[in-house]
Write a protein that binds this ligand. Structure first.
Ligand code: ATR
Length: 276
């Protein structure tokens, strides 16, 4: 029988997940499908009934459903609760389990592109405290890395740090960026700055130590102004596309029973769909 998986969202047309999973299905010769399904919020509950009925092995959840599905899942793991979002569903025996693989995507990307990055890392400078920051912070915590969290709005940063920490966190605003820069072994941008060619105006990248790794979870454009500036100064950089690719690995393994690999070919296929 064909094993079916999905990504649900509203709208869903721009999701790159069907291309990622479709590539792996073809590569492994699996009798399976992965389809993008537009599910408006008022149809989410009935979609879960289909899921419990055994029509699908599971799937991904994207905007605007990542929080709403908490209430509909039969179980949600601790990690997804901490991150505050479910992005992966696994259906088994009439029950739906929710998890979040974004934190593994963040770790998998850096482990692949900058092996050893977390060894002896004394300070990670995380920019932004929105929804996307949570998976990054949980990932860094899992490797016991001290975090400096800087956000435009101080209260949002404080709230997030107290929720996830508070041990291991130092919180500030983006005005502290140049004071924090010399201490960082890793810089992660989780804000939307960079998406439209925008940059951190006040950030003097020359204050970063040689060898500090700079990464961005924005992947469109692939090389954000932050990454371009870092690369121009000779600093190692990792773009955000790998996080998207690596977060897909655990879902595929759970639904189709095969551990897929993030290959240069897969990356090139997805890269071809991005704006340059
Ligand atoms: P996401 O889920 O993508 O993280 P979000 O929850 O809206 O989106 O969070 C956006 C993040 O980018 C926040 O940290 C936001 O800072 P505030 O908490 O101060 O709003 C940050 N951000 C967005 N635009 C910004 C800008 N122009 N300058 C600085 N920070 C910005």
């Amino acid at each position: 029988m064909t094993t079916k998986a999905f990504v649900i969202g509203h709208p869903i047309a721009h999701s790159r997940s069907p291309l990622i999973h479709g590539t792996w299905l073809a590569e492994h010769g699996i009798d399976g499908t992965y389809e993008a399904i537009d599910v408006p919020p008022d149809a989410l509950e009935s979609f879960f009934e289909r899921l419990r009925g055994g029509e699908f092995a599971g799937g991904n959840v994207t905007i605007p459903h990542k929080q709403a599905v908490f209430a509909l899942c039969d179980s949600v793991d601790e990690l997804a609760r901490k991150i505050g979002a479910v992005n992966t569903l696994v259906a088994r025996d009439g029950k739906v389990h929710g998890t979040n693989t974004d934190y593994l995507g963040f770790l998998g990307n850096l482990d692949a592109k900058a092996p050893g990055w977390s060894d002896r890392l004394d300070c990670a400078l995380v920019l932004g405290a929105g929804g996307a920051a949570r998976a990054v912070l949980v990932a860094l915590q899992s490797r016991n890395i001290p975090i400096v969290l800087l956000n435009r709005t101080r209260e949002t940063g404080d709230r997030l740090a107290s929720e996830l920490g508070p041990e291991g966190f130092t919180v500030g605003t983006l005005e502290n960026i140049n004071a924090s820069a010399p201490h960082a072994g890793l810089v992660v941008n989780t804000t939307s700055i960079g998406m439209h060619g925008t940059r951190f105006d006040q950030f003097d990248i020359s204050l970063l130590r040689p060898g500090t790794l700079v990464t961005d979870i924005v992947y469109s454009p692939l090389e954000t102004p932050l990454l371009a500036d870092a690369r121009a100064r000779g600093l190692p950089t990792v773009d955000g596309l790998g996080m998207l690719l690596h977060q897909a690995v655990p879902g595929f393994a759970a639904w189709f029973g095969v551990q897929p690999t993030v290959t240069p070919d897969l990356r090139a296929r997805i890269e071809a769909t991005l704006d340059h």
